[in-house]
Design a protein around this ligand. Structure first.
Ligand code: HEM
Length: 389
């Protein structure tokens, strides 16, 4: 156990709204031992930005960890050369050029079709009816699993996320995760022959073309599904909500004074869809006046870093006009989100502008305050809206 000061959280309250505790930690004990998570939490932006790059100490290799056991060892659980080789292999799928020349048109096609179906209805839950299918259709394209139903992507992603956070060992959660990974393996089995015969720019295609071992291909496809479905879903719905809730800022974006990308980056800072990334201490280490022992668990709290008042004035305020260059919503080290370019294009170039363009008079319907949930992953569970059909 590290020598960091102890800070207790109520896990239920923390999941409802982690920001008051994160602010208190950042202020009083920016490196804090939280017994409820069995982990030492880093909450200051600059500490995270420095330590995340020190992979000799803050290792992503977590042998025996739940992610490795349930999903196979993917690139996010590797360090150094082993990690770099897999990142290099998937670059042709996620590069800015491939996103611009290949994926963007496909994202536009899916959004158009989904909005065509939605527009005459005049009422919807935009999490379920827009953000979820848009994110899933994009992920089907990117992974190469175009043979699956979009709703399955969402169910599988959630089942794996729950499985890898199942520190209490609930057998029902583990069984659901195992069913999801088995279904993904079956979908991969069905697509592998064509991906090998005619490689395309999808993850499956480029990993086959790179000659990656099959177990790594499977593990990385599962990683992309677990991490690549709920974040764009939560960011699409969350950005729409934040803009509808701040009409003056929506007007600034729609009028062109602020770009859609800037608005998305501010949303990702303000309500970081991934609030945390875990590491294992690989060797004895001292940072400030805190000592760490090997095999301890550390959480880099991106959600806290992105509200660090040292870098962001009035950090709890959603403000599309602010400077977001210090945001680390996509990470701050070698594991920087591989899907960042695809996400920016999907959310800020395609999905959210298309939604506002198509659904005239869009407004919040519920009349009651909406509350995002979660701290490792944070987003809205529903977004009821109406518009002029
Ligand atoms: C709003 C959307 C998204 C956000 C905010 C986000 C955020 C993140 C964060 C914070 C990390 C960990 C970075 C670190 O530990 O330094 C990460 C890693 C990763 N993300 Fe994303 N992500 C998003 C969408 C996606 C999508 C759509 C995909 C898939 C196509 C994806 C694939 C990955 C992969 C493969 C990694 C691991 C990279 C590595 O280990 O080198 N992400 N993401």
């Amino acid at each position: 156990m590290s020598t960091a000061p102890r800070y207790d959280v109520d896990p239920r309250k923390f999941a409802d709204d982690p920001y008051p505790d994160l602010a208190a930690m950042r202020e009083a004990c920016p490196i804090a031992w939280v017994p409820q998570f069995g982990a030492t939490l880093f909450t200051r932006r600059d500490d995270i930005a420095v330590c995340e790059k020190n992979i000799a100490v803050f290792s992503s290799d977590q042998p025996g960890g739940l992610m490795n056991r349930l999903m196979g060892q993917n690139m996010m659980r590797k360090d150094g050369e082993a990690h770099a080789a897999e990142r290099h292999a998937i670059f042709p799928t996620v590069s800015p050029k491939t996103v611009r020349d290949h994926w963007r048109a496909r994202f536009e096609g899916h959004c158009r079709r989904i909005l065509d179906e939605l527009a005459p209805r005049g009422v919807a839950d935009l999490v379920r009816d827009f953000a979820m299918p848009v994110s899933a259709e994009a992920l089907k394209e990117i992974t190469g699993l175009t043979n699956v139903a979009f709703a399955d992507m969402d169910v599988w992603s959630q089942a794996m996320i729950d499985g890898i956070a199942n520190y209490g060992g609930d057998p029902a959660v583990e069984a659901r995760c195992n069913r999801a990974t088995a279904a993904i393996d079956a979908a991969i089995d069905a697509m592998l022959p064509s991906a090998r015969a005619r490689p395309d720019p999808s993850l499956l295609g480029v990993m086959c073309a790179a000659g990656m071992p099959e177990e790594s291909i499977r593990a990385n496809i599962k990683l992309a599904i677990s991490g690549g479905q709920n974040e764009p879903r939560d960011a699409i719905a969350g950005l729409v909500w934040a803009l509808l809730d701040h009409p003056d800022q929506l007007a600034a974006v729609r009028g062109g004074a602020v770009g859609w990308l800037q608005a998305f980056e501010e949303y990702a800072r303000w309500l970081s869809p991934i609030g945390m990334s875990p590491r294992r201490i690989a060797q004895p280490f001292e940072f400030g006046d805190v000592s760490f022992e090997p095999d301890e668990r550390v959480f880099f709290m991106f959600g806290a870093a992105n509200r660090d008042p040292h870098h962001f004035a009035d950090p709890d305020r959603f403000d599309v006009a602010r400077d977001v260059s210090k945001s680390i919503a996509f990470g701050a080290g070698p594991h920087f989100c591989a899907g960042a370019w695809a996400s920016r294009t999907l959310i800020a170039d395609v999905a959210v502008p298309a939604l506002f363009e198509r659904l005239k008079g869009l407004r919040l319907a519920s009349g009651r305050p909406l509350r995002p949930v979660g701290w490792a992953f944070r987003g809205l569970l529903e977004l009821p809206v109406v518009w002029e059909a």
